[in-house]
Write a protein that binds this ligand. Structure first.
Ligand SMILES: Nc1ncnc2c1ncn2[C@@H]1O[C@H](COP(=O)(O)OP(=O)(O)OP(=O)(O)O)[C@@H](O)[C@H]1O
Length: 303
């Protein structure tokens, strides 16, 4: 079992692992015997780089020839209707699945040519599928601390006081320190979401992927979570962030970029202020929408 090494992240200095040593832009990394050589990523600051990526399942393209790049200091929101391919994209960026076609690099590693077990230790992922696996009788602090060993459900793994202290601090960062000794199953949906994000941050990841973190929250819970994510987004030491949502109201201040997906295709992508327009959102959701910006927040309604 592979233990995460939290705190090992070397600031925001870029991906300077040995794999890049001696390589220049466009150099070829030798592939496995018989396989085509892989192109090195062009920029060491790229956290995610998709080049013509397609993901097919049961004959359907869940993602279709997608080009997308996330840099170290960027905070992305991925918006789109049900079935657009958002979770598929997060699972790809999280090293949970490989492209059917095209080339995907995550944290400098090419999917399909790297040990994803190692890669996953560098990525914080919070999805409904992972949340469903958390035992209801687990202590909240254990839900967070067990991320160190990539397990859900504390068993015989060993943790030291530093692990527990970090888990407590993260729970505090998300306003749920007082719940540390409660059973996870007794928490409200809003409290669970915050615990899940604290868990995803436990390993000091270089990339944090959040799938619909505000889903199921009431208005107060949503606003509280949006404020806490805005705080995270403004922290220069925070990992690169990718947040999936259906609602522009859930875009936290400080997020910098947006990708709009529909039926596995990118409708628009780039700077948030350029991308979150009525035209783009209307194409994405398939109905005429009016999008308004109020300071650093957005609203949308049928036009
Ligand atoms: N293993 C699979 N086999 C066949 N189709 C799949 C598979 N996994 C996902 N799909 C389909 O791919 C499409 C995209 O799924 P995905 O979960 O990525 O969408 P999404 O944008 O996250 O949707 P939602 O907003 O409803 O969560 C959906 O139509 C889904 O039914």
């Amino acid at each position: 079992m592979l233990r995460h090494r939290y705190g090992a992240r070397a600031g925001r200095g870029g991906l300077t692992g040995a794999w890049l040593d001696g390589l220049v832009t466009g150099d070829l990394i030798p592939g496995p015997s018989g396989a085509a050589p892989a192109l090195a990523p062009v920029d060491a600051d790229l956290v995610v780089s998709l080049d013509g990526v397609t993901v097919r399942r049961a004959g359907a393209a869940l993602l279709h020839h997608l080009d997308w790049q996330v840099e170290l200091d960027e905070r992305w929101v991925v918006l789109g209707p049900n079935g657009a391919g958002k979770t598929t994209l997060l699972n790809l960026a999280g090293g949970r699945l490989h492209p059917t076609a095209g080339v995907a690099h995550v944290l400098g590693e090419q999917l399909g040519r790297t040990d994803v077990t190692e890669l996953r230790t560098r990525i914080g992922l919070s999805t409904a599928a992972l949340a469903e696996r958390i035992p209801g009788d687990e202590r909240v602090v254990d839900v967070v601390v067990t991320a160190s060993w990539s397990v859900v459900g504390r068993w015989r793994e060993e943790y030291d006081s530093g692990d527990e202290a970090r888990a407590q601090a993260l729970l505090g960062q998300f306003g749920v320190a007082g719940l540390a000794n409660r059973r996870y199953g007794t928490l409200s949906e809003g409290e669970r979401k915050r615990v899940q994000i604290a868990r995803a941050l436990m390993t000091d990841p270089e990339l944090l992927l959040l799938d619909e973190p505000a889903a199921g929250l009431d208005l107060g819970g949503r606003e509280d979570l949006v404020a806490r994510l805005a705080e995270l987004a403004s922290d220069p030491d925070a990992p690169a962030l990718v947040l999936v949502t259906h609602h522009v109201e859930e875009v936290p201040p400080g997020f910098t970029h947006a990708l709009l997906l529909r039926d596995g295709d990118a409708v628009a992508q780039g700077l948030l202020t350029d991308v979150l327009t009525g035209d783009n959102l209307s194409k994405t959701f398939g109905l005429p929408l009016l999008v308004e910006r109020h300071g650093d927040r957005y609203t949308a309604r049928a036009d």
